[in-house]
Design a protein around this ligand. Structure first.
Ligand SMILES: *[C@@H]1O[C@H](CO)[C@@H](O)[C@H](O)[C@H]1NC(C)=O
Ligand SMILES: *[C@@H]1O[C@H](CO)[C@@H](O)[C@H](O)[C@H]1NC(C)=O
Ligand SMILES: *[C@@H]1O[C@H](CO)[C@@H](O)[C@H](O)[C@H]1NC(C)=O
Ligand SMILES: *[C@@H]1O[C@H](CO)[C@@H](O)[C@H](O)[C@H]1NC(C)=O
Ligand SMILES: *[C@@H]1O[C@H](CO)[C@@H](O)[C@H](O)[C@H]1NC(C)=O
Ligand SMILES: *[C@@H]1O[C@H](CO)[C@@H](O)[C@H](O)[C@H]1NC(C)=O
Ligand SMILES: *[C@@H]1O[C@H](CO)[C@@H](O)[C@H](O)[C@H]1NC(C)=O
Ligand SMILES: *[C@@H]1O[C@H](CO)[C@@H](O)[C@H](O)[C@H]1NC(C)=O
Length: 507
């Protein structure tokens, strides 16, 4: 009896504490590299220049700038991996001891304080985790594979300190060979053997504990393709919170192969399509094709993450310095079908190139008046104040030609979005587009300019874009629902969760 009660107490929080996929669909995520977002205390006067080592960002630094994040309209943060790393692991992807918090970022208590402060402001916390590999063995490095003896010296790692916890040494050479991708090393990083019962049990216990001990709301999982799918299903279950996985690729069929293993995926096929259209000047017609191709392979798009760039890619503005193109692409990320993810620095117009140049320090740039910051804040507010239309109202691609891409959101097409990739020299673009699906006489009002309206007339919309900027219209005749609030049920679960955490700590 006592035993089963204890077991129940141990299992229940994992079910109740983290947030579910349904809940995460309503969130807007701001991606942070903890080392690069903010130091604790006053803002330094100059940016960090040595981008391959620690720059000084802290958990307390994030905590002191939550209003900056909230002001942007994000209500979740994805923070880089939190565990103790081998030397040089400012990004967090080189674990040394999975039970210790990286002291460069702060203490366990600092992390708990940050998460508590986030929750007080209704910001959820998603932690990046790396169950595929550990950091570099003593003396080895990405640009220095070192000696075979050292490559197989695992004594410095906790808890995976024995050779049997790892796959036999080999490097991933052929990325099209799935066996090699799963069993060999990424850039010389020691590849954990999830098939080993001890490794599996320790990783699953670790993630279950992490959710409970820190009250974490969700996880971003690194390198999904590098570990067999069966492991992710078990990992997802034990995490007890929404997990969004990184499976790179532009082929929807391949990437969708992971949709049953974890709750959500970073939508890399869409990332590639957006880059083709907005950064490589391919026809904007391609968006329609790509989105429809995704619908064939993904059961649902709204549970996956939309993004333009991240810490592994050249920033969007490294490809083009035209802000109007960025604004069009951001409009898709924030209003398109999926969970919006904004990489820190985008709002300040950052334009770094390949790693590590795409990992700039955000300091000293924290203006809430910058053009892109205000643009993002406007659209996030629109999404959040009409959330049900964007979460469950579906999306319909209405029409596209070489200048325009037109889609609607909401069950009754309450939102009409018009994008172009033509840029700031395109002057005035016009298109009388057939929209037989839209209700006759519906009047749409421009969200950015109330005096600008367009009416469905004889099945046609007379669209006009100026200076390469996007337009977002709201149907003024169709009533829209009020802002969604956390339901009573959610609060009850949080209460039960806190109670359980309390009981566990008394044990
Ligand atoms: C293995 O690596 C550790 C550091 O991680 C080092 O202290 C130890 O001397 C190494 N052992 C051998 C046999 O090289
Ligand atoms: C894939 O990689 C594995 C392990 O390196 C190897 O045994 C196998 O022959 C490779 N398969 C192909 C088709 O190259
Ligand atoms: C998980 O937490 C339990 C209870 O606090 C503890 O006994 C166990 O050692 C932890 N395991 C891991 C792998 O963190
Ligand atoms: C983009 O492509 C179109 C033709 O599809 C061309 O007219 C235009 O000049 C190109 N823009 C740039 C910046 O290359
Ligand atoms: C994308 O557009 C270009 C024209 O800019 C076209 O050549 C190409 O075939 C399109 N790609 C796809 C996948 O539709
Ligand atoms: C238009 O975009 C170009 C880059 O394509 C940029 O250099 C220029 O400053 C922009 N012009 C305006 C008025 O924003
Ligand atoms: C793109 O990135 C490279 C490397 O960081 C940099 O030298 C270049 O100036 C960047 N381009 C723009 C437009 O910012
Ligand atoms: C309405 O549209 C149809 C076809 O789209 C066209 O044949 C007809 O002339 C239009 N009527 C008016 C009054 O514009």
């Amino acid at each position: 009896m006592v035993f089963s009660l204890k077991l129940m107490l141990l299992l229940l929080p994992a079910v109740l504490c983290g947030k579910t996929v349904e809940e995460w669909k309503g969130r807007i995520i701001y991606q942070i590299l903890t080392d690069r977002f903010s130091p604790h205390g006053p803002t330094p006067s100059t940016p960090c220049t040595a981008l391959r080592s620690y720059c000084g960002g802290k958990f307390k630094g994030i905590q002191q700038r939550l209003d900056y994040i909230k002001g942007l309209g994000a209500n979740a943060i994805w923070i880089s991996p939190i565990v103790l790393n081998t030397p040089g692991g400012f990004h967090g992807y080189w674990a040394k001891n999975i039970y210790e918090i990286n002291p460069e970022f702060g203490t366990k208590q600092d992390l708990k304080d940050l998460i508590k402060a986030c929750h007080d402001k209704d910001i959820w916390v998603m932690v990046d985790v790396v169950p595929n590999h550990m950091g570099y063995n003593d003396g080895c490095f990405w640009n220095n594979p070192c000696t075979p003896t050292k490559l197989n010296n695992f004594t410095g790692f906790v808890p995976f300190d024995k050779p049997e916890y790892y796959h036999q040494y080999c490097e991933i050479m052929d990325w099209n060979n799935q066996t090699e991708v799963e069993f060999c090393r990424l850039a010389h990083l020691p590849d954990l053997s999830q098939e080993n019962d001890i490794v599996k049990r320790l990783l699953l216990d670790w993630i279950g504990n992490l959710t409970i001990n820190y009250d974490i709301d969700g996880y971003r999982i690194d390198t999904l393709k590098l570990v067999p799918k069966w492991f992710w299903s078990e990992f997802q279950a034990r995490a007890g919170a929404y997990c969004i996985g990184e499976a790179t690729g532009s082929d929807p069929q391949y990437v969708a192969g992971y949709q049953d293993s974890v709750d959500g995926l970073l939508n890399f096929p869409m990332y590639n399509a957006l880059r083709d259209v907005f950064n490589e000047n391919k026809s904007i017609r391609n968006l329609t094709k790509k989105i429809q191709e995704q619908r064939r392979y993904f059961k649902e798009l709204s549970r996956h993450g939309l993004f333009l760039d991240n810490h592994d890619q050249r920033r969007f503005l490294n490809w083009t310095s035209d802000y109007t193109v960025l604004k069009n692409a951001l409009t898709y990320v924030i209003l398109g079908e999926g969970i919006p993810i904004i990489y820190y620095g985008t709002e300040q117009g950052f334009s770094g190139g390949h790693d590590p140049n795409d990992r700039e320090s955000l300091w000293p740039y924290y203006s809430t008046q910058s053009d892109i910051y205000k643009f993002i804040a406007g659209l996030t507010k629109l999404r959040l104040s009409h959330l049900s239309h964007f979460v469950s109202g579906g999306q319909r691609e209405m029409a596209a030609n070489d200048d325009f891409f037109v889609f609607t959101r909401g069950k009754e097409n309450q939102f009409l979005v018009v994008l172009t990739n033509r840029g700031n020299t395109s002057g005035t673009l016009e298109w009388n587009v057939q929209v037989p699906v839209l209700k006759a006489e519906t009047v749409y009002k421009n969200f950015f300019d109330e005096t600008d309206t367009v009416t469905v007339d004889n099945g046609t919309l007379k669209l006009k874009l100026t200076g390469g900027l996007p337009k977002v219209f709201l149907a003024v005749q169709t009533p829209t629902s009020k802002a969604e609030r956390s339901s009573g049920v959610t609060w009850k679960l949080v209460f039960v969760c806190i109670l359980l955490l309390h009981l566990l700590s008394l044990e």
